[in-house]
Design a protein around this ligand. Structure first.
Ligand code: ADP
Ligand code: MG
Length: 293
């Protein structure tokens, strides 16, 4: 049976935009010592835009944009949506659309497709060719990454031919939420599939204590397990399908209200209005309730 104090905490939470899916989660939240955050869509708005581009050949620019559009339009990744929107505005109206075949998404890496039997790879440096990516355009990718931008490279049979830099803004209340958690002695960690340089820039901007970059979706689970060994009681905050296994592995899984259905279903707690600072409020509420019980 559910204690009156627990019920009151649940109803109080609901009034404040924090949905607890059961009394046990109120209790568990009070003991949290570390919180892992997904980056894209959780700490950031999840709506990246293309800020910079570079093409190794001006004459081939149009063709590269058309192929990139044809391949990326098959991907549902937020980066792909931003890239296709950018290509569309850049392409001349009379450019004939290109047919791409065999389009395959490689989770956490990028996407592959074929145009006239030529293979095109679009994605992160390690996915296309890290050494070549570092040298491409005199190391332009590295300097853009230091600004917290995500770099997507385009490679065909002649090597890397283009680069897209995308910037996703951190949520307006992210810094405030992280500061409050750090202050209350809770260890904060960001988990991201993004590269080391970009991850570092975003973590610094958010004020988050630690980060793990180049983290494949399936590796998020292992990092949550590792955190549980050190901190015992760990929460995970996420929004994507990819985050669901990590949400389930944490002592308390917290989903962003505008997250995907799978994340919402898997989570124990839902931030109904994507309101990250509510995590601190919910923790205080839970601690007060535990004292009463
Ligand atoms: P995050 O955890 O930041 O949401 P993901 O794990 O989804 O990132 O992806 C990791 C990296 O793989 C991205 O930063 C990007 O460089 C690359 N990537 C993934 N999907 C795509 C795509 N459709 N197009 C281009 N690059 C992609
Ligand atoms: Mg996400």
């Amino acid at each position: 049976s559910i204690m009156p104090a627990t019920l009151s905490a649940i109803s109080n939470g609901a009034k404040n935009g924090v949905l607890f899916k059961g009394g046990v989660h109120v209790e568990n939240l009070a003991h949290i010592k570390a919180i892992a955050f997904d980056k894209t869509g959780t700490l950031t708005n999840g709506k990246p835009v293309v800020t910079d581009t570079y093409f190794d050949s001006e004459t081939k620019k149009e063709h590269i944009l058309a192929v990139t559009w044809a391949i990326e339009k098959e991907s549902t990744h937020p980066l792909a949506e931003a890239i296709t929107a950018h290509c569309k505005t850049q392409l001349e109206k009379n450019t004939s659309p290109i047919e791409a075949a065999g389009i395959t998404t490689i989770t956490g890496n990028g996407v592959v497709g074929f145009v006239n039997q030529e293979k095109w790879e679009i994605g992160k440096a390690q996915f296309v060719d890290e050494e070549e990516a570092v040298r491409f355009a005199n190391g332009m990718g590295t300097s853009l990454a230091k600004q917290g931008k995500t770099i997507v490279y385009v490679k065909n049979s002649s090597g890397i031919v283009a680069l897209f830099a995308l910037k996703d803004t951190i949520r307006t209340d992210t810094k405030q939420a992280i500061r409050a958690l750090n202050k209350s002695g809770i260890h904060t960690v960001m988990l991201t599939g993004d590269n080391e340089i970009t991850a570092k820039a975003i973590a610094e901007e958010a004020g988050i204590a630690a980060y793990i970059a180049e983290c494949l979706p399936e590796e998020k689970v292992n990092h949550v397990k590792e955190l549980r060994k050190t901190y015992q009681n760990v929460a995970m905050v996420g929004d994507g399908i990819n985050d669901a296994p990590a949400l389930a592995t944490a002592n308390v899984g917290i989903a962003m209200g505008e997250g995907t259905d799978v994340a919402l279903e898997t989570a124990d707690v839902v931030l109904m209005k994507n309101d990250l600072p509510k995590i601190t409020d919910a923790i205080s509420l839970s601690s007060r309730m535990n004292k009463i019980v």
